[in-house]
Design a protein. Sequence first.
Length: 102
Amino acid sequence: MEIGQGVICDTLQQVERYIALRGNGTETNAALQAVNGEAHVPVCSVALVMFSTGARVAGLSAQGRLLSIIKINVRAFGNGSVWMKIPATMRYTVTAEKGQIV
């Protein structure tokens, strides 16, 4: 199990949309609101999660940065002091390649 904080979305396409918006200069919160608005429900958020890493499912670049989209199996959400366990749920996240910043 790993613990990490970052953007997680329900589907690969939602992460790709988030990255496209960020790549065009949209701020993080506005990009998340746009993706969630398009889905009409909250599908992406910045979250602290306990997870196991799955496969790298896509790679792309945005504003000259190399990014990987990773499938993760989320087991719990945290708020810093309390963890809420959930049934294992597949989600998608984006990470920067070595030395890159998302």
